[in-house]
Design a protein around this ligand. Structure first.
Ligand code: BG6
Length: 494
């Protein structure tokens, strides 16, 4: 019993949050490049404030990120040292097609990812590639208004086909879109959407997501045709909604809120919009823009597995005047039974087991946790160590619940990639100081720092978790304080 012997332990990042090099190697400008640090970020991300050029007064931490563009070899060596079996990363669309609609791809961009993939393979790390993690070429945003236009499907498929062909035999696990339900919460980031005064925003978002769903099904078809070994997963920003009380109206609200999250995954997994989803669209005064053949495309090309991010559970109340808290851009009533992170996200390890069970019951397909982690302020001690026991405790509690879901509930779980295995830029706030990594990067919100990488205490702990295949979760002080800042438990030089 316990974790399967081929369980895929690893970590996850996204191009726009770690690579930097936003204008290197012929890369074009993307929507996410225009996301500033500070109070305007939320307005831009939600499509309320249109930003098409850089604001001289603003700071854009993602332009340099943690410079993985130049440090990827060093970073992958560190992942290998932790024992990663897989590394989830995303492709910056504008490295491959700078404007998004070129006939030929940009060779420098393809070479960059090819080198990165080869580097993973060198250490037997299975690449898990997100084709589209919150980025869209600005040229297409301006030309089409982002995913509201159906022509985006062809541009995206060109990207997908280029990747499937070039990386055939090297990559077997693909996620067509990150957190597809995030469109309803961060539409400019998820789909390049900006809204015009007075338009039905739900209609625009539903149109965009329908286009992404068709694109995802067609990408699945292509991936299977190009290499039958390819495994394609959908990706949900997960976290079950609990009713705030046992009042039937609160319970009903929780059902509705959960359905709003599941709707698009239902389509990707089942191959059709469920009846409640069609009714929901109607209630929003929106029409799903089916073109001829769409229903067959969705029906014939469902995903192979269900991947998801999990940071927190959420709470629903029928009382709309209740004060809401926020976690990963989802509003929720505060749960008094849970602890809260420094960024106000509530911490609920058992909620992960509940979510795993719900997804398993609903879809009957293998599951993959592709994001989970704690964003926290780390401090460097006088002796240079980073004692992030809080991060270890968070991950430890979640892994223990995963294990129960496998052992006691029979959940089929393929793997686990923690979010931000190396410090990176926060999607929600734009901060680097909201750190998730096992590896500290000397860089702050305002572009100060040397990019030097340092192993945190959690680095050694995760190394032990992986080498024991999830059996040994204890915090062992004999990691050797003297060592973990430099060599940790490194067994051999690679
Ligand atoms: C997920 C995203 O929603 O949450 C990541 O897929 C993101 O891109 C992560 O970074 C954590 O959120 P944040 O706002 O702390 O970066």
């Amino acid at each position: 019993m316990g974790f399967p012997k081929d369980f895929l332990w690893g970590g996850a990042t996204a191009a726009n949050q770690c690579e930097g090099g936003y204008d290197k190697g012929g890369r074009g400008r993307a929507n996410v490049d225009l996301m500033p640090l500070g109070e305007k970020r939320y307005q831009v991300g939600t499509g309320k404030l249109k930003m098409t050029t850089f604001d001289e007064q603003a700071t854009y931490p993602a332009h340099t990120g943690v410079d993985m563009y130049h440090h990827y070899k060093e970073d992958i060596a560190l992942f290998a040292e932790m024992g990663f079996k897989t590394y989830r990363f995303s492709i910056a669309w504008t490295r491959i097609f700078p404007n998004g609609d070129e006939q030929e791809p940009n060779e420098a961009g393809l070479t960059f990812y090819e080198n990165l993939i080869d580097e993973c393979r060198r250490y037997d790390i299975e690449p898990l590639v997100t084709i589209n993690h919150f980025d869209c070429p600005m040229y297409l945003v301006e030309k089409f208004g982002g995913w509201r236009d159906r022509q985006m499907i062809d541009c995206y498929l060109k990207l997908a086909e280029t990747l499937f062909t070039r990386f055939k035999e090297k990559v077997n696990y693909w996620l067509p879109f990150n957190e597809i339900n995030m469109i309803l919460h961060f539409p400019f980031v998820s789909a390049g959407l900006c809204f015009e005064e007075g338009e039905n925003e739900k209609q625009v978002m539903l149109t965009a997501v329908h286009h992404q769903l068709v694109a995802s099904a067609l990408a699945t078809k292509l991936a299977h045709e190009i290499d039958p070994k390819n495994q394609i997963g959908c990706m949900l920003a997960a976290g079950s909604y609990y009713p705030e009380t046992c009042k039937p109206t609160d319970y009903w609200q929780a059902i509705c809120d959960n359905r709003e999250s599941y709707l698009f995954i239902d389509v990707q997994s089942w191959g059709y919009y469920p009846a409640y989803g069609l009714k929901w669209a109607e209630k929003q005064g929106a029409v799903i823009p089916f073109a001829e053949g769409d229903r067959e495309i969705l029906q014939n090309h469902p995903v192979d597995f269900i991947s998801f991010s999990y940071y927190s559970s959420r709470v629903s109340s029928a009382d709309t005047t209740k004060t809401q808290t926020e976690s990963n851009l989802f509003a929720s009533v505060e749960n008094p039974y849970l602890a809260t992170s420094e960024w106000g996200w509530q911490i609920d390890p058992l909620g992960l087991r509940a979510t795993l069970n719900e997804l398993s019951d609903r879809y009957r397909k293998p599951l993959f946790i592709v994001e989970n982690g704690l964003g926290a302020l780390d401090t460097i001690d006088a002796d240079g160590q980073i004692n992030d026991d809080y991060r270890i405790n968070y991950l430890k509690a979640h892994i223990a619940e995963m294990k129960k879901a496998i052992d006691e509930d029979g959940v089929n779980l393929l793997g686990y990639t923690t979010w931000g295995c190396i410090d990176l830029v926060s999607n929600g706030t734009g901060e680097i100081n909201k750190r998730y990594g096992f590896i500290h990067v000397d860089r702050d919100n305002f572009g100060q720092g040397t990019y030097k990488r340092t192993r945190k205490k959690s680095f050694c702990w995760y190394q032990q978790v992986i080498s024991s295949n999830g059996e040994n979760l204890t915090i062992n002080e004999s990691y050797n304080k003297k060592k973990w800042g430099t060599t940790c438990l490194r067994i051999q030089e690679i």
